[in-house]
Design a protein around this ligand. Structure first.
Ligand code: SF4
Ligand code: FES
Length: 258
């Protein structure tokens, strides 16, 4: 255990905890974009800055998601330098993704409504890397990557072409904090895309019962494979969620619903 001071309050917390986790456990509001509990620390967006100092640490602004607590550390999460730096980071992010509604709402929550860093940037992507990382580290598909540098840096599929490894699961879409990456089912095809780049186009399999296209073959195969190796029982993969609910209700009530 280590003893630290957080916003003037002395706390004893387990070693190896990140300052962000400790602060949030205390109910403190530290905004984040590139952090997700399911993925390791990354430190890309700098939005989670706090002021910290300690016996072996010079006072400064540091990303709390990559900062481990150490004995005697003194941390401030809302000091004037933190508030000021957070506003500048939000302005920079707004300059990078001027059309992102979630980002605008987040910035507004911290008193930022305009950006001095306006540029030619378009779209919603804040380059937080969550989509790239979750696809590689959790799904194992590595369908996404960053291409380009500086203002031109953007999320694409490998080699800027349609991805051959994307399974169309939509995890990237669900995790994106900026509403920059989308999933669209049109007819019997699923498209994963950013306004500036299409990541994949995948055929959809039709539900065995209602015949509505609902899921990609690759995703069904992925779930089957996972349940095979993990020995988990899953719902049938060849019927859509709506029919699955009806079948489930039918087995409970005994009524014929599908
Ligand atoms: S598309 Fe979304 S998740 Fe991916 S880097 Fe951009 S903002 Fe982050
Ligand atoms: S959340 Fe810590 S740097 Fe992005």
């Amino acid at each position: 255990m280590v003893t630290i001071q957080l916003n003037g309050q002395e706390l004893t917390v387990p070693e190896n905890r990140m300052v962000l986790e400790v602060a949030r456990n205390q109910g403190l509001d530290i905004p984040t974009l590139c952090f997700h509990e399911a993925l390791g620390p990354y430190g890309a967006c700098r939005l989670c800055l706090v002021e910290a100092e300690g016996p072996t640490l010079r006072k400064g602004l540091l990303a709390s998601c990559t900062l481990t607590v150490s004995p005697g550390m003194v941390i401030e999460t809302d000091s004037p330098p933190v508030v000021q730096a957070r506003k500048v980071v939000l302005e920079l992010l707004l300059g990078r993704a001027p059309e992102s509604r979630p980002l605008k709402a987040l910035a507004e929550r911290f008193g930022v409504t305009t950006s001095r860093f306006g540029n030619e940037a378009q779209g919603n992507c804040v380059r937080c890397g969550l989509c790239v990382r979750v696809c590689r580290e959790k799904i194992g598909a590595a369908a996404l990557c960053f291409a380009g540098r500086g203002q031109k840096k953007q999320v694409t599929a490998e080699f800027g072409q349609l991805s051959e490894t994307c399974i169309g699961c939509g995890t990237c879409v669900n995790l994106c904090p900026a509403d920059a990456i989308h999933l669209e089912d049109l007819g019997d095809q699923r498209r994963i895309f950013l306004p500036e780049n299409t990541i994949s186009r995948l055929p959809l399999v039709a539900c065995r019962l209602c015949e509505t296209p609902f899921q990609t073959e690759k995703f069904i195969a992925y779930v089957r494979h996972k349940s095979d190796i993990e020995g988990a029982t899953t719902i049938p993969q060849d019927i859509c969620p709506s029919c699955a609910r009806k079948v489930y209700a039918e087995t409970i009530t005994g009524d014929f619903l599908v």
